[in-house]
Design a protein around this ligand. Structure first.
Ligand SMILES: Cc1cc2nc3c(=O)[nH]c(=O)nc-3n(C[C@H](O)[C@H](O)[C@H](O)COP(=O)(O)O)c2cc1C
Length: 176
């Protein structure tokens, strides 16, 4: 497929075309969780998760400045990344929806610092907030991985603004 003609994002930073171009980078989907100072579990769906460093172990994700959970994540000092399987699409939808309590009826267990962990995930990373960086309309949060685990399964993917499934690749395949 030939690419769209080149565009200059500076002229229209919110243009659909830029979003669409970003969306051509296929990602996984995760629910980031933390515990509010009130003791309430908090979480949201993201696709901005990325590994950063092995030594020391660091990961990142980015949070919209307009997110209701922003003050909670900036104040909490820790969070967990719950990487979703294809079977967990309903969790992805739920944790991006405007519902009063996203955790109502959702199974979870308390991890380090009481941060909620979702069962049945492909991988989980329990992190202490390392730093955060202002980045336009988002804040990038870096986390130092304190505990992690992973299992087998089919990942939930996100591509071109839609959920997608991985096909034809063995779950345990490695690139190198
Ligand atoms: C697949 C998917 C990926 C998303 N990725 C992000 C992300 O990386 N960062 C972000 O801030 N919001 C992301 N969102 C949107 C949030 O999940 C959504 O705005 C949520 O309502 C924010 O919760 P809050 O306002 O309670 O903090 C994503 C939504 C979906 C469905």
């Amino acid at each position: 497929m030939p690419p769209d003609p080149q565009r200059e994002p500076q002229r229209d930073p919110h243009c659909r075309a830029l979003r669409d171009a970003y969306g051509r980078y296929a990602t996984g989907v995760a629910v980031i969780t933390t515990l509010a100072s009130t003791g309430a579990p908090v979480g949201l769906t993201v696709n901005s998760f990325s590994s950063v460093s092995l030594d020391p172990p660091l990961i990142l994700w980015s949070l919209m400045r307009s997110a209701a959970s922003l003050p909670v994540f900036l104040g909490a000092g820790r969070f967990a990344v719950n990487v979703l399987t294809d079977d967990q699409r309903s969790l992805a939808t739920r944790f991006a929806a405007r519902v009063e309590d996203r955790f109502a009826g959702v199974d979870w267990e308390a991890g380090l610092g009481g941060v909620p962990l979702l069962p049945g995930c492909l991988a989980r990373f329990e992190c202490a907030t390392h730093s955060h960086v202002d980045a336009g309309d988002h804040i990038v949060l870096l986390g130092g991985v304190q505990r992690f685990e992973h299992g087998d399964g089919e990942p939930l993917l996100f591509f071109a603004s839609r959920y997608a499934a991985l096909r034809g690749v063995p779950a345990a395949a490695t690139a190198a």
